[in-house]
Design a protein around this ligand. Sequence first.
Ligand SMILES: O=P(O)(O)OC[C@H]1O[C@](O)(CO)[C@@H](O)[C@@H]1O
Length: 243
Amino acid sequence: MKVILTENYNDMSRKAADIIKNLLIKKNDAVLGLATGSTPIGLYKYLIEMNKDHVIDFSKVKTVNLDEYIGIGPDDSQSYRYFMNTNFFNHINIDKNNTYVPNGLAKNLEEEGRRYDKVIADLGGIDLQILGIGNNGHIAFNEPNRKLTAGTHVTPLTESTIKANSRFFDCIDDVPKTALTMGLGQIMKARKIILVASGKSKADAISRLLHGKITTECPATMLQMHNDVTVIIDKEIAEKLKL
Ligand SMILES: O=P(O)(O)OC[C@H]1O[C@](O)(CO)[C@@H](O)[C@@H]1O
């Protein structure tokens, strides 16, 4: 696993954006796997700037998102589709028909998971997957568990994730309790993975990701088995881990 130490959140975001830029310059029709959460917002800002400056072009790019809450629709400001539109897609020259997010309102959610996996396969797989990480080591919404699921599936959220995500809602009771998420099998098939993390609260999860035993109880540790993962962290994490 390659680790890039950065000065701060902006530097982390810039370095991640540069890796994506270099891929898009080589392959302008790449399939990007995208993540929500607060961490990737900075890197999306850099990509928006690069697009405005005509350094990168999204007209042929396709994107697939990792996850979506169940029970809230695309126009709900708490949905991940809404997040992606407002933080990224509305500001770049991408065709929204080429952007995919699981449908959290699907009548048959298991079928939606299978449909989503087929969408990814039909696109030819993911060239580059961006990941954040949860404080408990979750990746997308693959929560610590005795078992993990490979494909896109329905998952209950842990108390710790509900609590962490409640900062985006009026109150904790409004946070959805379930989500549709790509599974670790699907994520591991991405040809390249960039994981971004900033702030002391992520240090333990990053320590386990880099040095811990591989266990479903810390889904991020699965990434140790992937041959092209770049972990980009800020100084706060590096100092806490004495890197
Ligand atoms: O970047 P944040 O907001 O700390 O979120 C971390 C993780 O939590 C999630 O948002 C899900 O809870 C993931 O998608 C993300 O990787």
